[in-house]
Design a protein around this ligand. Structure first.
Ligand code: LMR
Length: 402
C-alpha cells in the first residue's frame, strides 16, 4: 500500500528552525520562524500569561474534557475581543463559533464548514494573495478546494499591488472565498490602508465573495487590538457581510505550543448561526472530538479579568514596540553599512516580519557563510533581532550585496 507514497519534502519553515538548531556556530541568528523573542534572544512568557497560569495553578485544575465546541467562556471572550463590546452585544446570537487548534486548525475547520455548507454544488474557489503564509495553499488544496493565487505584492515598488488586488476581486466568480490577512500580512508586512480596506470590502460585497479572515496577529501588529481589528469590524458593522474568522493566540499571547484558537462565523440570522454552530460541532467531533483545555483556560482567565487584560495590553505594547525598534535599528545599520539598494520598504512594513527583497542566492549565502537563517523569499522574523545581533545582520547583508 505504501510503496506508492510520494516523498514530501519537510516544511520549509520548520526545516529552517531545525537547521538553525543544528548549527554549532556562536554567530548564528534565527530570523526564520515567526516566534517572538525578547532582547536576549529568548522565548518570552508574557507577564499576563504568567499571572494567569498562577491563578490556574491555585485552582488545582483537573484534566476533564472540554465540550466539543470548546471552552464556552473562551469562545465568548474571544468573540468580544475581536468585535469589541459594542459590536459583539447586538451580534451575539448571530455568531457561530468553535474553539480550534490555533489558527491553522481554525482555517481548516472553516474550510470543512464552507465545503459542507456548499453541499453537492461545486466546491468554491479559494482566492489566496501571493505571496502568503506558506500553509494557506496546503490547507485548502488538501481539502479539495481549487486555490487561485492573485498578486498582492509588487516586488518592484516593494509594496501592496492594490490595482492587481482589486482587479482579481472583480474577476472572481461569485461565491468564491477570499483569504484576507486581518493585519500584519505574512510575509510582506504590507497591509491595505483603511481606505483600501473599504474598497476591498465594497468590491467583495458587490461580487458576492466570502471574506475569510486569517487573524493571527491581532494586537501584536500595532500593540492595539482595536486598530488591528479594523477590517474585520468594518466588514461586519458597515458592510453587514457574513464573514469567517480564524483567530490564533499563538503570537499575541505567546501561546504557540498550546494550540489555542477559534473559528467564528458571523451569519445573517440567529437560526443560521444556531445551525452553523451545530455543523461546526459535528465537524469538530469527527476531527478532534474536543480541543485542548489548558491554553483556552489561560486566555479566558486573562480576558475575563479587567486587570489581567490591561496587563496583556501592556505585553502587546512591549512586543510590538521592541519589534518596531529592531526594524528601525536594522534599517539604520543597513544604511550605515551602505547596503546596496533602498530600504525604506522595511520601515514602512509592520508586524512580525520584514520582507527584505533579497535574491535566493543572497539568502543562501547568508545562511551558509554568515549563519543567518531566513525564509527563502527573504522574509525575516524581526523578533529574532536584538541589540547583540542586529548590526551583524545588517553588515552581513551589506557584504553579500557588494
Ligand atoms: C511563520 O509564518 O513563521 C509562523 O506562522 C510559523 C508557521 O507555522 O509557519
Amino acid at each position: 500500500l505504501f510503496q506508492t507514497a510520494p516523498y514530501i519534502p519537510p516544511d520549509a519553515i520548520f526545516a529552517l528552525t531545525a537547521d538553525y538548531l543544528a548549527d554549532p556556530s556562536p554567530k548564528k541568528v534565527n530570523l526564520g520562524q515567526g516566534t517572538y523573542r525578547d532582547s536576549n534572544g529568548q522565548p518570552w512568557v508574557l507577564p499576563s500569561v504568567r499571572k494567569s497560569r498562577q491563578i490556574l495553578q491555585d485552582q488545582q485544575l483537573n484534566h476533564e474534557y472540554l465540550p466539543i465546541l470548546g471552552h464556552a467562556g473562551f469562545r465568548k471572550a474571544a468573540a468580544k475581543l475581536v468585535l469589541g463590546n459594542s459590536l459583539y452585544q447586538p451580534l451575539e446570537k448571530k455568531i457561530a463559533s468553535c474553539q480550534s487548534l490555533s489558527g491553522t486548525g481554525a482555517l481548516h475547520l472553516a474550510g470543512l464548514l464552507l465545503r459542507y455548507c456548499r453541499g453537492t454544488s461545486e466546491t468554491p474557489t479559494v482566492y489566496i494573495p501571493t505571496p502568503t503564509w506558506s500553509n494557506h495553499f496546503q490547507v485548502y488544496s488538501s481539502l479539495g478546494f481549487k486555490c487561485q493565487p492573485f498578486k498582492y505584492y509588487d516586488s518592484d515598488r516593494k509594496g501592496l499591488d492594490f490595482e492587481s488586488y482589486i482587479s482579481a476581486l472583480k474577476s472572481a466568480e461569485p461565491n468564491s472565498i477570499v483569504i484576507l490577512h486581518a493585519c500584519a500580512h505574512n510575509p510582506t508586512g504590507c497591509d491595505p490602508s483603511q481606505e483600501q480596506w473599504r474598497e476591498i470590502g465594497a468590491t467583495m460585497k458587490e461580487r458576492q465573495l466570502f471574506p475569510l479572515f486569517d487573524a493571527a496577529y491581532l494586537g501584536f501588529n500595532s500593540g492595539n487590538v482595536d486598530n488591528d481589528a479594523f477590517a474585520i469590524r468594518y466588514f461586519v458593522q458597515e458592510l453587514k457581510m457574513e464573514i469567517g474568522l480564524c483567530l490564533s493566540f499563538a503570537k499575541n499571547m505567546g501561546l504557540y505550543g498550546e494550540r489555542v484558537g477559534c473559528c467564528f462565523v458571523v451569519t445573517e440570522t440567529e437560526s443560521a448561526a444556531k445551525n452553523t454552530q451545530s455543523v461546526l460541532e459535528m465537524l469538530q467531533r469527527s476531527e478532534i472530538s474536543n480541543p485542548p483545555a489548558y491554553g483556552a483556560k489561560i486566555v479566558t482567565t486573562i480576558l475575563e479579568d479587567e486587570e489581567l487584560t490591561q496587563l496583556w495590553f501592556q505585553d502587546l505594547i512591549t512586543m510590538s514596540s521592541r519589534i518596531r525598534s529592531m526594524r528601525e535599528a536594522l534599517y539604520n545599520h543597513l544604511n550605515t553599512h551602505k547596503a546596496a539598494g533602498t530600504w525604506e520598504h522595511l520601515i514602512q512594513q509592520s508586524g512580525m516580519f520584514g520582507f527584505l527583497g533579497l535574491s535566493p542566492e543572497v539568502v543562501r549565502t547568508l545562511k551558509e557563510q554568515y549563519h543567518i537563517y531566513m525564509a527563502d523569499n527573504s522574509r525575516i522574523s524581526i523578533a529574532g533581532l536584538n541589540p547583540s545581533n542586529v548590526e551583524y545582520v545588517a553588515q552581513s547583508i551589506a557584504e553579500c550585496l557588494k
